[in-house]
Ligand binder design. Sequence first.
Ligand SMILES: Cc1cc2nc3c(=O)[nH]c(=O)nc-3n(C[C@H](O)[C@H](O)[C@H](O)COP(=O)(O)OP(=O)(O)OC[C@H]3O[C@@H](n4cnc5c(N)ncnc54)[C@H](O)[C@@H]3O)c2cc1C
Length: 545
Amino acid sequence: MATHEVLNQAPPLENYNLFATDRVLRDGLRREEAGWAEERARAFGAIVGREPLRWGFQANENPPVLRTHDRYGNRIDEVEFHPSYHQLLDLGVEHALHSLPWREPRAGAHVARSVIFHILAQAEAGVGCPLSMTYSAVPALRAQPELAAEWEKRFTSTAYDPHLRPATEKSGAMCGMGMTEKQGGSDVRANTTRARPLGKGGPGAEYAITGHKWFCSAPMCDAFLVLAQTERGLSCFFLPRFRPDGSRNVFRIQRLKDKLGNRSNASSEVEFDETWARMIGEEGRGVATIIEMVNHTRLDCVIGGAAGMRAAVVQALHHTAHRIAFGKKLVDQPLMRNVLADLCVESEAATLSMLRLARAFDDGDRDADARGFARLATAVLKYWVCKRAPMLAAEALECLGGNGFVEESLMPRLFRESPLNGLWEGSGNVICLDVLRAMGRSPESVELFFAEVERAHDARLARHVESLRAELTDFNEVEARARRIVERMATAIQASLLLRFGDPHVAEAYCSARLAGDSGRAFGTLPVGIDFGAIIERAAPHAID
Ligand SMILES: Cc1cc2nc3c(=O)[nH]c(=O)nc-3n(C[C@H](O)[C@H](O)[C@H](O)COP(=O)(O)OP(=O)(O)OC[C@H]3O[C@@H](n4cnc5c(N)ncnc54)[C@H](O)[C@@H]3O)c2cc1C
């Protein structure tokens, strides 16, 4: 029996186009030489705004299950996923999120991929992990051309094949990564896993690997790049789930991690016992080999961070546009407008960061300066976008009031996911120390970075850059100051990007709040005089030209 009418609740946000309603993505795609992918991105945005939003919920409500043995007691080490997880991953593979720049090596390919990835990650971030690792493995794999010749076509295929079977029986395959061990994650040189040559040894040769990995995500991948010690030090190996003769490789999944977020994706603890593998790249230069992979996954951390922010902001804007409190829609309450505008500013800065970085990856194929810029800017922006994501997710959640604390709202999932990109592929401190190392090793990258920042002209930015340059010449206690330095570098580049490519109201808000210090520490403390309405309207999910 009906007891009451439901009033003053927002309708669900569904059946909307995640690309068409995102001006920053649309403009960025064209500006960064990926206009050729516009129809693709638009079609993808429409697809993701429908059933995949539901699949995201289902994949999290039904997390993966480890099956160590089959019914007869044979070891299988497989993970079962809910069909919705497969549907999401299939969608990503079909749209080449794991391979677009390698399949279509043309100007704007990394940008196009970043935009499409940004869209899918808003439905569910858990599938981003295998997509990202497969994409990133390709440049590292190319260090061993005969392996690349055999596997690259599988890793770049748009045929999704979730079944674990010998690669010769599959057209599409996925790749993971195993670096982190119990005794050391950031400090990979502490790895204890050992590799024994099965013959003469050396690049491309066969080895038997014995040891473990403490975090091995997406263990249903067909192969992994792993680090292990040889006589000559830490080396990189290609470790498939099946040996060349078609038998199962030893890949003992001990258990799945019970994680804070990213729950649809399986992350495992795995043990190797004389596991068959082949060396990639030079012996003893494993970090240098796998860093190719890490650089690309760091770009994806920025994409993931920006996507999570956009997803949270869209929910906050949608809810507050419908909910009335104290006689007015929340979106019309002056203080809420400040909060929403501030969140939109941060989200736009993150998305512009992602687009600019992806463009640098595109240009890097033919331009050493772009590579130098990307080397430094990737670490700087990975640190900052990921650092801002949890704060933004928490604040966006609060915009929905109690509804934001409830799973059905999506906000708890976004909040739980939000610290992850900051953690993996170099957590905060490690990234900041890496920035110092990069600047020390290639001082020219610092000038490339500042040359990019100084393409924008604004008095506040000029003052910020001047004091930042001074700070960089002071080496006293520099390690302890690394976060402060990197944060200031990140705000400099984001301000520059907003001034050149962003909305003028957004750029004004960013410069006054983040550079000139005319704001508080929480979101929602922008100075008055900023056009909050223009900023909110621009970002609203109904904003279609
Ligand atoms: C969901 C999830 C999935 C993952 N999947 C994978 C995977 O597939 N493959 C894989 O290899 N790894 C994976 N990881 C592991 C991840 O990359 C590591 O957890 C991360 O690199 C940090 O390593 P650690 O956990 O050993 O922490 P530690 O290295 O012990 O670091 C702990 C803290 O100390 C800080 N720190 C470290 N060194 C310094 C220093 N010199 N100065 C100041 N501070 C320092 C770090 O920034 C960090 O905050 C995954 C992690 C998670 C959470």
